[in-house]
Design a protein around this ligand. Structure first.
Ligand code: SF4
Length: 334
């Protein structure tokens, strides 16, 4: 994998002039590693009146090569890239791009721009909602959008996208895509062709095939079922921001929140340690140079459980094995 990665990086230089057929990117705030701290990333909920543009650009930095390929990707986007590569696309076809450098990666060859969003309209998510009330109670001014939403608009209105708009389809995905963009009736106004909801690995690549061929695709696509564990490839871009490694998928199974697409899938799955979790931990540490790993789950204590009751042995086993790989660096459980 290491060899392949560097070889493909070299190849990528030759295609960037005409643009990549598939450009994956996201809100600037989501694409940023916020100087290595996921916790600091919550600052993206701060409204834009606290961030002058030059401050925001330094704070929400994105590290990438001169062709615009990021060195670190949000985990969800790294999974989308991995699924497309496993489906047969190559890194000459697909790039996870620095949102500050879209002019380097979008061109006449580009057909799909996939935008990963966490809070595209702002003020509607957990983080920005809490911050709104904190500032209000502290009697501090709140003007404009949370920075994360502002950064979504900076991407979707980027001149490179506008310039090539007549031959690209804009696909927006991510946890809030359905309830923020469709349920608010904003899809048309924002110029988004397709909103994708749900897991990507099974339906997503086929959707992208259709878009590449110019075939009709409805403006809202909902993944039809939870993806079996063995169909989920491991990430290729190392490290994922925050050293994220997914250990379960399918929500917490407890909350029943109506907007929660993972839980609504109704099928919690645990990824095997050997050959999957260990591979992503090693990739993040050994190839990506990361020193911390975040084991991600909507309900960590249900790792390996068959029903709602936790299986302590499985959780301990996972923790010990992961710690062994990370040691002597730190491991955070989230
Ligand atoms: S994971 Fe559980 S608590 Fe979180 S949003 Fe989904 S249903 Fe709600």
């Amino acid at each position: 994998m290491k060899k392949g990665f560097y070889l493909l990086q070299v190849c990528s230089r030759s295609v960037s002039f005409g643009g990549y057929p598939i450009v994956l990117t996201g809100e600037i705030a989501t694409m940023s590693d916020t100087h290595g701290s996921s916790v600091v990333g919550f600052a993206s909920a701060i409204p834009e009146n606290y961030f002058r543009d030059w401050i925001a650009r330094r704070f929400f930095r994105v590290k990438s090569d001169r062709n615009g390929r990021v060195f670190r990707a949000p985990y969800g986007l790294a999974k989308v890239e991995a699924a497309l590569l496993a489906h047969g696309y190559t890194r000459n076809d697909v790039i996870i791009a620095d949102p500050y450098k879209l002019d380097k990666v979008i061109g006449p060859n580009t057909r799909i721009i996939g935008i990963y969003a966490m809070d595209p309209l702002g003020g509607l998510s957990y983080g920005s909602g809490i911050l709104y009330w904190i500032l209000k109670l502290a009697d501090l001014p709140y003007r404009g959008l949370p920075y994360i939403a502002k950064s979504f608009f900076q991407v979707i209105n980027h001149p490179a996208i506008k310039k090539h708009r007549n031959h690209v389809k804009i696909v927006v995905g991510g946890p809030p895509a359905g309830w923020q963009i469709i349920d608010t009736g904003k899809q048309g106004e924002l110029g988004i062709d397709i909103v994708y909801e749900g897991e990507f690995e099974e339906d997503g690549p086929q959707l992208f095939d259709k878009l590449m061929k110019g075939e009709f695709v409805p403006n809202r696509v909902v993944a039809h079922r939870p993806v079996p564990v063995d169909m989920v490839p491991t990430i290729v871009t190392p490290p994922s921001i925050g050293g994220m490694v997914e250990v379960t998928r399918g929500g917490c199974g407890r909350g029943g929140c109506q907007f929660c697409t993972p839980t609504l899938s109704g099928m919690i799955r645990s990824f095997p340690f050997e050959g999957h979790i260990d591979k992503e931990i090693k990739l993040n540490i050994e190839v990506g140079g990361f020193k911390e790993i975040t084991l991600h789950s909507e309900e960590f204590f249900r790792y390996g459980a068959k029903g709602i009751e936790p299986n302590p042995d499985k959780v301990l086993d996972l923790t010990k094995k992961a710690y062994k790989l990370v040691k002597p660096t730190e491991m955070i459980m989230k």
